[in-house]
Design a binder for this molecule. Sequence first.
Ligand SMILES: C[S@@+](CC[C@H](N)C(=O)[O-])C[C@H]1O[C@@H](n2cnc3c(N)ncnc32)[C@H](O)[C@@H]1O
Length: 349
Amino acid sequence: MDTFWAERDSLGRLGALLRAANYRTDQLPTLLALDTSSDTVLSDIGRFSLYHLGEVSLIDDPAAVLFELFLLGGQVQAERWRLLAPELAALLVDLGLVTILPDRERRGTVAITEYQDGFFLSDRLFEHGPDGFTRDWPDGGCMPPHASSIELLRGVEDLDLPGRSFLDMGCGSGFLSQLAASGHPQRVGVDIGARSVAYATANAAINGVDARYVVGDCTTYTDPATYSRIAFNAPDSTTAFAFINTTLRDLLDQRGVAQVWFDTEITAADGSLDGLLRRMIPDRDSWHLSTATDSSSPFTLSRDMVRDRWIPPHSLLAVGRAERAAYLDALAEREVLEVQSVLLSLRAS
Ligand SMILES: C[S@@+](CC[C@H](N)C(=O)[O-])C[C@H]1O[C@@H](n2cnc3c(N)ncnc32)[C@H](O)[C@@H]1O
């Protein structure tokens, strides 16, 4: 990943060539004649690859080759590689985004996710090669945009509140600051991982977005500026609350709005989301705070589901029969009543 960050012009060209090849997520179900939305494809891309990679590898179309390489974790043979436009193929090699294997097959070195006409390079969640699935996640890896990114993006877009500046805390690939913040002249992203900051910076060049990305920890990050909008797709509820209780107030404009997404367990001791928020945000009454939960989220388990020990097939909380049984046992041990996907909106009062 180290070679291509400085190549702003080449990265801009890459975006144009991917667009010309029709590399759009909604093109994937179209090629497969499936009635499936882009959001469904991206929310569980591993399962999609497991079921459909074989079929995609039979489609003679440049976009299909790109999906194999960069979304479904596959490898392509030399003759399929030749379906790509020569300029795109050469640029992918120059930028180090593909590697040539000893048997002349090509493999991607990054994932590339298209969403709303933006392209997001990131680390690869998995490889789906001839020997099946493997996962070799780098320390501090940069996650591809996934279901939680899309849930928060929708929340940010729904608020439809233009402002002067947008802070993308835990920016990862830069998904939120590059898609949701177009009305904000000043865009900044912060992530604890240097790889994420490097990917987000490269993606801004690909997408022609003027944004600045820096390494920082949400509990200690300081900035001379304050922001009219802040979004944080938090890795877990502990980090979400730590952010709210430390730096958030100083980073937010007096009339600014922060939106923090996380999924969380509601225990018998807390009784409800409100009980959890009262315990975890000691100065809760000094915020105007609203909550939205999503019962259809793949991060949600209702009280009935927990009680009946039933996890819906689309759930991302635990995968596979054994993992699901162990997860339900652990929920029972921790006296968890339900699991909720939560979007908190906060304004200083
Ligand atoms: C769930 S990912 C969200 C990535 C991206 N914003 C998105 O929506 O696709 C959470 C991100 O938070 C970052 N992160 C984790 N702990 C952090 C911390 N203490 N301070 C800042 N970023 C943190 C991770 O490196 C990761 O990129």
